[in-house]
Design a binder for this molecule. Structure first.
Ligand code: ADP
Length: 263
């Protein structure tokens, strides 16, 4: 027969379950909100730092009468390097925000992975040379995969850049490309300063740096590995790190040869 009772009856057990679920949801929302607030506050801080430096530089230049040409130039060089830094932070943020959207944004094509890695290494070789680092590439076989070329280039670019940046004088960076039936693997090995154990869990977090001052001097934004991880996850791949302080670091990226959008 007909009844007025709601489909989900307000009996005690169900009410308790609903309240529990609701509280769990609130808690989850709070965690998300906290992490968003932290992100916004980090972004603001990171964007402000170069501006503050530029202002100090420009103010002190303006406070001086008849500035000699060389002094003027020195200040300008510093200001330009702060502008470059700001530019890098903004670009990294844009890459990251783009990748926070769904994997529907992936532009999947069939890509020659060895060639992709070669192009990245070629672009970074001048920086390696400048830092006195030997950069070598070994490809064990020809690899073609269905990937987003731009995003995977960004992955390899960031990893090799880090391997150069956090290396030591006359250090080495080895990049290796290999594949099996299902995955291709890109390994980036360096003979650099390494990452302390307690930092390994944090390196993929946005703005995390092992040692803030050291990394800032070297010129990082703390966003590189967050971008790397996002791009890899979008491809349903994995990233692993193996590191020993003062010996070096190896990042291993593993990505399916065929892209599937299913869980
Ligand atoms: P950054 O822009 O500072 O390089 P990343 O997100 O790329 O930021 O890396 C996070 C931190 O992890 C870096 O600040 C650095 O301390 C550490 N790190 C990353 N790659 C390496 C590496 N190859 N060797 C040593 N430390 C590394």
């Amino acid at each position: 027969g007909y009844t007025d009772e709601p489909i989900i009856g307000p009996n005690f057990l169900e009410t308790e379950q609903i309240i529990k679920a609701f509280n769990a949801l609130l808690k989850r929302m709070k965690v998300l909100d906290d992490s968003r607030q932290e992100f916004v506050s980090n972004v603001s801080h990171e964007l402000k730092t170069p501006i503050t430096s530029m202002k100090v530089l420009a103010d002190s230049l303006l406070a001086q009468e008849n500035v000699p040409n060389e002094v003027y130039k020195d200040f300008m060089v510093d200001i330009v390097s702060e502008i470059d830094r700001e530019d890098k932070i903004i670009n990294d943020l844009l890459s990251l925000v783009k990748m926070d959207k769904t994997s529907a944004d992936l532009n999947i094509t069939s890509v020659d992975v060895v060639e992709l890695v070669e192009i990245v290494c070629k672009r970074l070789r001048p920086i390696a040379v400048k830092h006195n680092i030997e950069l070598t590439l070994e490809s064990k076989r020809a690899v073609t995969a269905e990937i987003d070329e731009v995003k995977i280039s960004l992955v390899v670019m960031n990893l090799v850049e880090n391997a150069i940046k956090y290396n030591k004088d006359k250090g080495q960076v080895k990049v290796e490309v290999d594949a099996d039936q299902q995955f291709f693997v890109v390994k980036v090995m360096d003979t650099g300063m390494g990452i302390p154990k307690e930092s390994l869990d944090h390196i993929y977090e946005r703005f995390y740096r092992v040692e803030k001052s050291r990394s800032r001097q070297i010129g990082g934004t703390g966003l590189g590995l967050a971008i790397v991880r996002n791009a890899i996850l979008m491809h349903r791949g994995t990233i692993d790190v193996d590191s020993e302080v003062d010996k070096g670091t190896t990042f291993t990226v593993k990505i399916p040869l065929i892209y599937t959008n299913q869980k």
